[in-house]
Design a protein around this ligand. Structure first.
Ligand code: HH2
Length: 275
């Protein structure tokens, strides 16, 4: 399987690592660490050295209770980082819900647009349809302000899968080819611990035919609940979750800790290789 991603064509015959760059003051695990452009760019280069296959740059935290940021502020945070990394040699994804920023990021060289809002904002699909960026469609229930209050599903896996399939169809209708699409169940976005565990166990049921799955579990509160550890101390739990996700078919894992996840995947890949 391939993913067309701006000027890149990614081969998905091994799991890929997406490194997270949060250019925010308030992200749940690393808020404020990379808020200025130079710090974010240095961190990005370090994650590439550690083996990141692509990077996801975000200027608005989506943690439960996060305060939305204005277009101007989000633009001011992410575009200089994107521009400074133009020569980085890996595809750069922009994590945004705003159609204006989707367009500007694509024009500035972004290879992927990652939208935790499933491209539901007015004009979001139109903003990406004509270009060449890959798009990652994520499921969430509710908004970051209220999503963890009391998430409800009859069957979380079926509901998430149906939603993603509908959004894939809408994206294709808008003109996005299948080779540019990724889906993501949105771990922690309007889900209890049990919902997250069920989604992870049955991750192989999430993919629409021919559409690869991206999974983001890194440092999330589900890892905290299972290990009793704070966000800064969830490395081992996050690596275990990433391994389980790839075992269940995730094509890309979105992680903060690239070096450790890469080592774990190297071991997993060697054991898993057909002989
Ligand atoms: N999780 C976060 C942000 N963006 N995008 C996708 N596709 N999938 C995810 O699971 C996902 C995402 C939350 O993590 P992080 O960026 O570290 O935190 P914050 O939103 O607080 O910046």
């Amino acid at each position: 399987m391939f993913l067309n991603c701006g000027r890149f064509r990614l081969t998905l015959d091994r799991p890929l690592l997406m490194g997270v760059i949060n250019v925010t003051p308030d992200s749940f695990s690393d808020g404020g660490l990379y808020l200025n452009t130079a710090a974010a760019v240095a961190h990005a280069r370090q994650l590439i050295d550690e083996g990141a296959d692509l990077l996801d740059i975000g200027g608005e935290s989506t943690r439960p209770g996060a305060v939305p940021v204005t277009l101007d502020e989000e633009r001011r945070r992410v575009l200089p980082v994107l521009e400074a990394l133009a020569d980085a040699g890996v595809p750069l994804s922009i994590d945004t819900q705003k159609p204006e920023l989707m367009r500007e990021a694509a024009a500035a060289g972004a290879a992927m647009i990652n939208d935790v809002n499933g491209f539901e904002a007015q004009g979001a699909l139109a903003a990406v349809a004509a270009g060449h960026c890959a798009i990652c469609i994520m499921h969430k229930q509710g908004s970051p302000q209220d999503m963890q209050q009391s998430p409800q599903y009859t069957d979380v896996v079926t509901e998430v899968r149906d939603y993603l399939q509908q959004r894939v169809a809408a994206a294709q209708q808008a003109g996005v080819s299948r080779e540019r699409l990724l889906v993501d169940p949105g771990f922690g976005f309007g889900k209890t611990l049990n919902h997250n565990l069920e989604l992870l166990r049955r991750l192989d049921e999430i993919a629409a035919p021919g559409v690869p799955v991206l999974a983001g579990l890194s440092r999330k509160s589900m890892i905290g609940k299972l290990t009793g550890r704070d966000a800064g101390d969830r490395l081992a739990g996050s690596v275990a979750a990433a391994l389980f996700a790839v075992q269940r078919g995730a094509a890309i894992v979105r992680v903060h800790d690239v070096a450790a996840t890469r080592d774990a995947l190297a071991v997993w890949g060697a054991v898993n290789k057909p002989h």
